[in-house]
Design a protein. Structure first.
Length: 181
């Protein structure tokens, strides 16, 4: 990991522990994030929209569907599958978003009821990911297949909430993917 990424990750981990979750474990979070990226990409390749509904924001899901439709309409290509090998993942920026910001991505999650001791804020973390992505495509007419493999670097945005009003040992709402940049 490059020195700047390492410093950013250490600062992000410290911020998470001091402001949100005392027992936040960056390595554990990043393992989960890498698994989520692989799973989301695989489900995206399979067009498993039902499984993706619970994993990603409504806005992200709509974008994924549009991308599949555009590929078919404009280039007459169907995605058969996508596999992703994560080479590196690092925390870039933890922050807190209010209900209005979350609503821009997922209105249903933004309306989540507040349990006792919770506030209408969501923990959001930006994760830088370097990966090798293989996309298997089929021509819509002939069925002929081809695989395209590329190295990619991008940022995946994860969120969870609503958050407790104070720093706690562990935060329990599950993480979900807001989007990718």
């Amino acid at each position: 990991m490059r020195p700047i990424r390492l410093l950013t990750q250490r600062g992000s981990e410290r911020l998470m522990r001091n402001a949100i979750e005392e027992e936040f474990d960056a390595a554990e979070f990043l393992d989960g994030a890498k698994g989520a990226v692989r799973e989301v990409m695989a489900r995206y390749g399979e067009k498993d929209w039902e499984a993706l509904e619970g994993m990603v924001s409504k806005r992200m899901l709509l974008g994924m569907k549009e991308e599949h439709d555009n590929l078919l309409e404009q280039r007459q290509l169907k995605v058969v599958n996508i596999s992703t090998d994560i080479q590196e993942a690092s925390l870039q920026l933890p922050c807190v978003w209010g209900r209005r910001s979350i609503k821009e991505y997922d209105e249903e999650r933004a309306r989540a009821p507040l349990i006792s001791g919770a506030a209408p804020f969501w923990n959001v973390i930006f994760v830088n990911v370097i990966s090798r992505v293989r996309v298997r495509l089929a021509d819509a007419h002939s069925g002929r297949m081809a695989t395209n493999a590329t190295s990619r670097q991008g940022v995946f945005v994860f969120a969870r909430g609503p958050l407790p009003r104070q720093v706690v040992p562990e935060v329990h709402p599950p993480w979900w993917m807001v989007g990718w940049l």
